[in-house]
Design a binder for this molecule. Structure first.
Ligand SMILES: NC(=O)c1ccc[n+]([C@@H]2O[C@H](COP(=O)([O-])OP(=O)(O)OC[C@H]3O[C@@H](n4cnc5c(N)ncnc54)[C@H](O)[C@@H]3O)[C@@H](O)[C@H]2O)c1
Length: 375
């Protein structure tokens, strides 16, 4: 089958996960080239997957390349995606699409103006876990969703001593991890209308004390809050509490729970495709729901592949720029409310992406290939 000719920009850690996924799971994407400021990383990826190492400008000039997948670090997303959109290429960006809401909004407007598709991670909401949870909510298993809790705790002091962008703008726990939680819940419940939040920075400057870290002895400023609580009022009136703390101990804890008038739904880690979905009904034991949907393994690249199929079929793609921008505005609203002490009113709206079709699980001799769910 002929795929959509695609170039990767950013040949770091996650590029290998995407490339493996395209090779093994998604025939619709045909990677042909890659670019990176770091030539050694670019050449290594190119050699491993038999694609062409190219400078980014040449990729943009190459008319045979239809789509760019932007896997650079968050601060580089905006300018590289903008150049690609202006060159008439479809773009799929890793999270977040930009580091400010204003930049994200500009990218979305440019994509509309230039008649190209723009999609953005996270795509884990298309995985078996969150799709099964949505299926359960839409079939009324928890009744009307009244409230919910989204919570993640980590220690970025430890991670950041090796990945210093986690201390910078666009790298804080809200931007780096909050998107998984917010995208999952927005894909199930729809959009947010109002936000009230508080934020705190546990230190203004982080001193790197890890012996062996290339940054040992350096002082790195924290550019954003690392402890955040927010109340999100959804358009359907559900009140969801978001709690993020990257200043605590390294043992990660996460919660993604929805409380309805007929039941409680607990989901697994939204940074994976296979989080367990647990249903609790009044006066019953909790049960683990069987997955109703495929893509239960590591399937990063699923959002880009679904977008590629949508381009071919002329329908809207699911990891849409509208939903991603709404999530960026929620983050913007959280920081604005925390800074001003006022409630933030959301402006953007999005249409909930259609759920994936039920089934398409497994790769048995008779079973349809998972990718068939994207047609
Ligand atoms: N690492 C993960 O587990 C993971 C998981 C999910 C999503 N992501 C997201 O994927 C993206 C990349 O993450 P990563 O972990 O691969 O980072 P990384 O630092 O390993 O790789 C980023 C690459 O982008 C390149 N780059 C930066 N600016 C560039 C520019 N202007 N032009 C060309 N190349 C440029 C860097 O040289 C580097 O090789 C981020 O948005 C991150 O949030 C990462």
């Amino acid at each position: 089958m002929k795929g959509i000719k695609t170039a990767i920009v950013g040949c770091g850690v996650i590029s290998d996960v995407y490339m493996r996924s395209f090779k093994e799971n998604f025939s619709i994407i045909e990677p042909v080239a890659c670019a990176d400021l770091d030539e050694s990383k670019m050449n290594e990826l190119a050699q491993r997957y038999q694609i062409k190492p190219m400078c980014y400008d040449d990729i943009l000039k190459d008319e045979s390349i239809e789509m760019i997948i932007n896997l650079t670090s968050p601060k580089a997303h905006y300018s590289l995606s903008k150049q690609a959109i202006l060159s008439g290429k479809h773009v799929y960006s890793e999270k977040m699409m930009a580091v400010t809401y204003e930049e994200g909004k500009e990218l979305c407007e440019l994509a509309l103006e230039h008649h190209v598709r723009f999609g953005a991670a996270p795509d884990t909401f298309l995985g078996g876990g969150i799709q099964t949870a949505r299926y359960a909510v839409e079939r009324g298993l928890v009744g009307k969703v009244l409230s919910g809790v989204l919570s993640l705790t980590r220690d970025y002091g430890v991670f950041g001593e090796n990945l210093p962008h986690l201390f910078g703008r666009g790298g804080s726990v809200l931007y780096d991890m909050g998107g998984y939680y917010l995208t999952a819940v927005c894909s199930i419940l729809g959009g947010v209308s109002r936000i009230a939040s508080f934020g705190m920075r546990t230190e203004d400057v982080h001193k790197v004390t890890r012996v062996g870290s290339p940054l040992f002895g350096k002082d790195i400023p924290l550019e954003e809050d690392n402890v955040i609580t927010a109340i999100l009022e959804f358009q359907n009136k559900a009140l969801i509490t978001l709690h993020l703390n990257s200043g605590t101990i390294i043992n990660e804890s996460y919660h993604l729970e929805l409380y309805g008038d007929k039941g409680i739904l607990r989901m697994g880690d939204p940074n994976t495709f296979c989080g367990k979905v647990i249903l609790e009904k009044a006066q019953n034991e909790q049960v683990i729901l069987p997955f109703t949907h495929g893509f239960q393994r590591e399937s990063r690249g699923l959002g880009a592949a679904e977008m590629a199929w949508s381009i071919l079929e002329g329908r809207p793609h699911r990891a849409s720029m509208e939903m991603a921008l709404h999530v960026m505005e929620i983050m913007h609203g959280i920081t604005t409310s925390a800074d001003s002490g006022k409630t933030y009113r959301m402006k953007t709206k999005f249409k909930q992406p259609k759920p994936l079709p039920e089934g398409f699980i497994g790769e048995g001799f008779w079973a349809a290939k998972e990718e068939s769910a994207l047609l």
